[in-house]
Design a protein around this ligand. Structure first.
Ligand SMILES: Cc1cc2nc3c(=O)[nH]c(=O)nc-3n(C[C@H](O)[C@H](O)[C@H](O)COP(=O)(O)OP(=O)(O)OC[C@H]3O[C@@H](n4cnc5c(N)ncnc54)[C@H](O)[C@@H]3O)c2cc1C
Length: 220
């Protein structure tokens, strides 16, 4: 695999191209930090954009869900798909309303997904999905039954046409605005995990396992 993706007509970053990146490492770092994507596809010329979980395994993005899901059934039919992933790092407060912005890292991927039908590959994909979102969970829970596996569709989207766009740092104001009596800077934002809350029906005497008590969203 090459280190960089080749920009295409679709992935060429047009606005502020210096914020764009086609570096595989950068794109994979963003994909590995997030776990929610938005999947865009059209059915009979009607666009849909559906939020869903994902995991990256090698050069593929895996998504899963009910075999009855319209999204998954549509994607299994060789349709063009556009997946986006966004991480918000800060709110950027400028001296003018116009120059307010956000610090972010985002990825856009184009391609066509394939159904993972091989049983072993499907089980591995579900394991990878679980480990990506909550490491070490899979080893503690009841594994899926054959019936549950049949009811689950797993799709793999090859990551071949992808771009990242990243904004970092301070606001960029118009030169004459820097003397204004207005606070400017960045409010950092991030998603964090709170204290675990036990299920009302948890059996007595079950301790909180380390993968739960130590869970950190920004753990990578
Ligand atoms: C954070 C997050 C993680 C998720 N992870 C998964 C996952 O891993 N696997 C999975 O299968 N699903 C996941 N979902 C649910 C997913 O968004 C869909 O609701 C689900 O896939 C069912 O889709 P469908 O194709 O059956 O819905 P459809 O039958 O296509 O939906 C019909 C209509 O319902 C509405 N709708 C559907 N989903 C949503 C939604 N999420 N929010 C608002 N309106 C909606 C839309 O108007 C849509 O056109 C996740 C949702 C969120 C928000």
């Amino acid at each position: 695999m090459t280190e960089n993706f080749t920009p295409t007509e679709k992935t060429k970053v047009r606005r502020l191209p210096k914020r764009g990146s086609f570096e595989r490492k950068t794109i994979y770092q963003i994909l590995d930090e997030a776990f929610i994507c938005h999947v865009g596809f059209a059915v009979d010329a009607q666009p849909f954009v559906i939020p869903t979980g994902y995991a990256r395994v090698g050069d593929n993005l895996l998504i899963h869900g009910s075999a009855a899901s319209r999204m998954l059934r549509a994607l299994a039919w060789d349709v063009n798909v556009c997946v986006t992933v966004t991480l918000i790092d800060g709110l950027v407060l400028a001296r003018s309303a116009f120059h307010h912005s956000m610090n972010y890292r985002s990825v856009v991927i184009f391609g066509k997904a394939k159904v993972i039908s091989d049983e072993r590959e499907k089980a591995d994909a579900l394991y990878a999905f679980s480990e990506h979102i909550i490491p070490n969970r899979w080893a503690e829970v009841r594994p899926p039954t054959e019936k549950e596996l049949k009811a689950t569709l797993v799709l793999s989207l090859p990551i071949t046409e992808a771009s990242a766009k990243i904004r970092t740092g301070n606001p960029v104001d118009d030169e004459e605005d820097y003397v204004l009596d207005v606070w400017a800077g960045v409010i950092p934002v991030c998603m964090t995990a709170g204290e675990p809350v036990a299920d009302d029906r948890l059996e007595d005497g079950i301790p909180i396992p380390p993968h739960v008590s130590n869970y950190k969203y920004y753990r990578r």
